[in-house]
Design a protein around this ligand. Structure first.
Ligand code: SIN
Ligand code: FE2
Length: 225
């Protein structure tokens, strides 16, 4: 499996304008293009189909306003990230079925062990389901109590335009394309970097029969022992 780790590779691949060529993303940002080959993507997709069957995707709402997300979500692992009028939080049960989240597939535990460089397992895997029109606004992953652990994110299906900013919302951002099988690690100084998904490019992958994109985000939530 190719591991073209390194921000410069990732950004060159994304076609960053030359005038920004020497700007570096926050330390600790890594993109592993094609970290999962097609058979690994298919196997992981089968795992996620089982997750989605046990824990049906739902449309979260923005805190306070109740405005619905364009992305549908579910989770696997001991804890799941949810959002509704009451706010953002982690909880151990699905907000609609009241049942515990399905366990995290072994392939995701293995991936974390291989790339996270953190001695304790992830506790939550947020499953984001994007159709052709879905986007995710610029945000930080900051609802966890353990920022020493990275966020590890897997892309499946159609390519997206991912935006990475800095540690402040107003910091300059960079855009890069994430394709099926790419893995992104937000660790170190990049752990709390702003990021979001600006658009999906329909028809860029044959992995999902109906098109769209799935993103899996692995996180450690509670303080490591
Ligand atoms: C997220 O920030 O939760 C998802 C990012 C992505 O879909 O790549
Ligand atoms: Fe995020």
């Amino acid at each position: 499996m190719k591991d073209l780790s390194g921000a410069r590779t990732g950004f060159a691949r994304a076609g960053t304008p030359m005038k920004h060529h020497f700007d570096q993303p926050p330390e600790g940002f890594r993109i592993l293009p094609g970290r999962l080959d097609r058979p690994a993507q298919e196997a992981l997709l089968a795992d996620i189909r089982a997750v989605v069957e046990a824990a049906p995707p739902y449309r979260p709402q923005m805190p306070r306003t109740g405005k619905p997300f364009s992305v549908r979500m579910t989770n696997c692992g001991a804890l799941g990230w949810v959002s509704d009028r009451a706010g953002y939080r982690y909880q151990s049960v699905h907000p609609e079925t009241g049942r515990p989240w399905p366990p995290m597939p072994q392939a995701l535990m293995d991936l974390w062990r291989a790339v996270a460089n953190f001695p304790h397992p992830p506790e939550a895997c947020l499953v984001n389901l994007y159709d052709a029109d879905a986007k995710l606004g610029l945000h930080r992953d900051e609802d966890e109590d353990e920022f020493a652990a990275p966020v590890v994110s897997v892309s499946l299906g159609d390519t997206c335009l991912f935006r990475l900013g800095g540690l402040a919302r107003a910091d300059r951002t960079r855009s890069l394309r994430l394709s099926s099988g790419d893995v992104v690690v937000l660790g170190g100084a990049a752990r709390l970097a702003y990021h979001g998904v600006d658009r999906i490019y329909p028809g860029t992958s044959t992995l999902l029969p109906g098109g769209g994109r799935i993103n899996l985000t692995l996180r450690r939530v509670t303080p490591a022992p």
